[in-house]
Design a protein around this ligand. Sequence first.
Ligand SMILES: Cc1cc2nc3c(=O)[nH]c(=O)nc-3n(C[C@H](O)[C@H](O)[C@H](O)COP(=O)(O)OP(=O)(O)OC[C@H]3O[C@@H](n4cnc5c(N)ncnc54)[C@H](O)[C@@H]3O)c2cc1C
Length: 369
Amino acid sequence: MVKERLSFRSLNKEVIDPGICAACYGCVSFCSANELNVLTIEKDKPVYRDEDKCLEDGICYLICPRTADLDKTIETRFGSRGPVGSFVSVRSLRTTNKGIAKVACDGGFVTSLLKFMLDTKKIDGAVLSRKATLWNNEPMIATTMEDLLKCAGSSLAQSKSIRDLGDLTTYAPILSALKERNLLDQSKLAVVGTPCQTLTIRKMQMLHIVPSHIVQFVIGLFCFENFLMHGNGRKYLAGKIGADLDQIERINLKDDFTVKLKDGRVSHIDLDDLGPIVRSECLACTDFSNNVADISVGGIGSPEGYTTVIVRNIAAQKLINQAISQGYIEETEAKGIIEKISKMAERKRQRGLRVLADRKAAASRSKRA
Ligand SMILES: Cc1cc2nc3c(=O)[nH]c(=O)nc-3n(C[C@H](O)[C@H](O)[C@H](O)COP(=O)(O)OP(=O)(O)OC[C@H]3O[C@@H](n4cnc5c(N)ncnc54)[C@H](O)[C@@H]3O)c2cc1C
């Protein structure tokens, strides 16, 4: 039997049609025939714009975080140890800078580490997400302290699609910011991203796809799921918190969804009770702790005002120790963090495996019908 060539058609069949696309848009951003406008995004989904011009080289398929062809290579390169991946240490860290602490999501560790890396010229910039409003963010390459401060904190809401079509996606489409870079670009960048974005970058690095060569350091965000704030979802969340959404001062995700209102009230919502605002495709993801990043960060497990950091390699450990010794970051002792992360990671993994199996089965049933 002749095997069909890997192409966007294969991706459609195995990922997009079954409803498990992560919406990282790596396929659209790094399509080898990009200048021919072969792919585009419609209603948050990658689609063919001009199928006849498809080069059928399978790049879009191979770098997709939901395909498995590079799994073994990735595992050999980055290791794998249970649901949280391999690591050298798990630490509770925070910034020493009051200005950063004021705007940061948790301990401001991410912003401070990036500041240290910029100051010491370990990187020229960082691909981040800038919060435009509570419900809207956009990718940005930060090169100064001022830029870093604009990006600090997390926006958990939708952002404009990478092609500015006005479509809604669940997170900052940071891969599009990378897309602008080319082979001759020798700058060194750090990237902050969700697990699906990190996996796409790692796959691009395995295949030497431009411009993944300039990504020096990947900071992976813990991520249980992303959110969509369409009409019904907005109504649902307003009901849950007992207030209009414009009364929200801050949203944080640790082991639950915490909403702080401007009048000081705080609501804790279980992650399994967020149904209508969860992006359905995220339910098929199995990676909570961003297992192939250089370091992974979240709030879960650490005392208030600290960031939990999984350090995944010796170089990252050295970098953090340097930042501590030069006064950018400080550490506190915290116990039982890894157990909390593992529990969350296993919860997400089990859900992801169940949803993946259900959706693939449903897709093949509907193909047979
Ligand atoms: C969608 C999402 C889901 C999350 N889920 C969890 C969770 O379930 N449990 C948990 O413990 N932690 C979760 N986190 C991580 C947590 O909210 C903090 O981002 C993390 O602890 C870092 O805190 P910090 O104070 O050190 O970072 P800061 O110093 O505030 O810096 C945060 C950095 O992350 C970047 N960033 C923010 N949002 C995005 C985005 N959407 N895409 C790319 N970059 C972004 C910002 O630009 C900024 O540079 C999630 C984050 C996001 C964005």
